[in-house]
Design a protein around this ligand. Structure first.
Ligand code: ADP
Length: 262
């Protein structure tokens, strides 16, 4: 679990004001909020790119501080960013992931297997020798995810990682979440409210504070989103009408199947 205790972060003005938050392993936690509310700041504080002005952060019970921060975090937390093309450095998928592993000083003889098994996890093994620049957006993003998975992270942060993908690319990423969370905690920063159906937990940043809900709570009481000045996506209204109780495998198809049953 990632635990934030009384964390305050400010640039010239306060962005995170004395927040307390638990982020579970083996769950998909969405972080949502208006533009400029502090989503990226929160992700950067969790991933050690920014250090809070006050408060404590624990990563699976290890307290992070300026000394331990980098080493521990880089091992435990992976990040996937918005633009998949910016995460590609080489003209072969294999070399791209190899570079990540070499950077983390993984021994040479372990590298080929780690590359293969991480590509397998994102169903991209057949592209191991492909040129990443010739892949679709969703495929490039899956290579970026494989690159992070090769380091066996305990948490993976998706920082608006679907926002530049077309609908097929987005679905490729959503389809991975259920399997990924068996091994790690997923933190999914999003501006697209229709993606909320893929969440287990939802953290809303509003006026420098955080509020945590389960997906079931949000479906049952979707006006919570209005209270935080967020739009209510159509798909959540549908899920509410269908009185869906088990939200653990919720996706577009399972919702459509439920509509067909009616
Ligand atoms: P979000 O990801 O929700 O859009 P951000 O975390 O990027 O929000 O930004 C939160 C607030 O902090 C915004 O008001 C933004 O203008 C401000 N901010 C972000 N980065 C910086 C920075 N490097 N220096 C000063 N202010 C910043």
């Amino acid at each position: 679990m990632i635990k934030l205790e009384n964390v305050t972060f400010k640039y010239d003005k306060v962005v995170l004001d004395n927040i307390n938050l638990d982020i579970d392993k083996f769950k998909v936690t969405f972080i949502i909020g208006a533009n400029g509310s502090g989503k990226s700041t929160l992700a950067n504080v969790i991933s050690g790119l920014l250090f809070p002005n006050s408060g404590k952060i624990y990563l699976d019970d290890i307290e992070l501080n300026k000394k331990t921060n980098n080493k521990i975090i880089r091992k435990k937390i992976g990040m996937v960013f918005q633009n998949p093309s910016n995460q590609i450095l080489f003209s072969k998928v294999y070399d791209d992931i190899k570079f990540t592993l070499e950077n983390m000083k993984i021994s040479k003889d372990e590298i080929p297997n780690k590359i293969k098994s991480s590509l397998e996890k994102v169903s991209m093994l057949e592209y191991i020798n492909a040129n990443p620049y010739q892949l679709s957006g969703g495929q490039k993003q899956r290579v970026a995810i494989a690159s992070q998975l090769s380091l066996n992270p305990d948490y993976l942060i998706f920082d608006e990682a679907t926002s530049m993908l077309d609908i097929n690319g987005k679905r490729e990423i959503y389809n991975l979440l259920e399997n990924l969370k068996k091994d790690m905690g997923i933190i999914f920063i999003s501006n697209d409210m229709s993606e909320l159906i893929y969440a287990d937990n939802i953290v809303i940043i509003d006026n420098n504070k955080v509020y945590k809900y389960t997906l079931s709570e949000i479906i049952k009481e979707y006006n919570i989103l209005n209270k935080h000045n967020l739009e209510i996506p159509f798909i959540l209204k549908v899920a509410n009408l269908l009185k869906i109780k088990d939200v653990s495998k919720l996706n577009e198809n399972s919702i459509l199947e439920r509509i067909d049953e009616k």
